[in-house]
Ligand binder design. Structure first.
Ligand SMILES: [Zn+2]
Length: 202
């Protein structure tokens, strides 16, 4: 049986591998379609400017899904999260309730804690949080506390989601309300969670 230090080392090493891989990728650019809120880039080719969208959300959600897959390898409910500022992944983590043995170790709270130590403060201005599952009330609270301006998530959580799944913390009139983008690679994230629970029942 591995001890706590080994688990922490293993978690960190695997997380760093994924971060290193995604840090090298430039987000693909595709023509803008639909009106979903996304970072936009207008390119003027001379006669008519073309609006393009940076497929950043999908790219970083793919990284979060890979982190979530690590969680399920370790017997954790697959939830992965990363915090990005501009084109830098400044923190990444995945659910660790079982392996770290802490109720507070959700993917988001863990990523927020390490982003705070990377940036050297409790505020995370200009940062985006990408997470595979709709944040719960604890994590949505941490997002407010850290003043994270933008949250992108995959699957909705009708049992505990704090951005409309179960209730909506944005309606509480708090001093900070993030912009929330739901459903990015949502089907993949849901499938990953379903597979985990099906496997576990066997
Ligand atoms: Zn949570």
């Amino acid at each position: 049986m591995t001890n706590a230090e080994d688990i922490t080392r293993l978690r960190r090493a695997k997380t760093e591998e994924i971060v290193a891989k995604y840090q090298k990728i430039t987000p693909p650019i595709i023509p803008a379609v639909g009106n979903r809120e996304k970072p936009r880039l207008t390119v003027d080719f001379g006669s008519s400017p073309i609006e393009l969208i940076l497929e950043r959300d999908e790219l970083y959600m793919s990284a979060a899904l890979e982190l979530a897959a690590l969680a399920s390898e370790l017997g954790e409910v697959p939830v992965g999260a990363l915090i990005v500022r501009g084109s830098n992944i400044i923190a990444a983590d995945f659910n660790g309730r079982e392996t770290v043995k802490s109720a507070l170790y959700h993917a988001e709270t863990a990523a927020i804690a390490s982003a705070c130590s990377v940036l050297g403060g409790w505020r995370l201005p200009g940062c985006e949080l990408f997470v595979t599952l709709e944040p719960c009330v604890m994590c949505a609270g941490a997002i407010v506390s850290a003043r994270i301006p933008r949250v992108v998530y995959g699957a909705s959580d009708p049992k505990a989601g704090a951005y409309g799944g179960k209730f909506d913390l944005r309606d509480a009139g708090l001093n900070h309300t993030p912009t929330v983008i739901p459903g990015i690679k949502g089907e993949e994230a849901s499938r990953q969670l379903r597979n985990f629970f099906t496997e576990r029942r066997r």
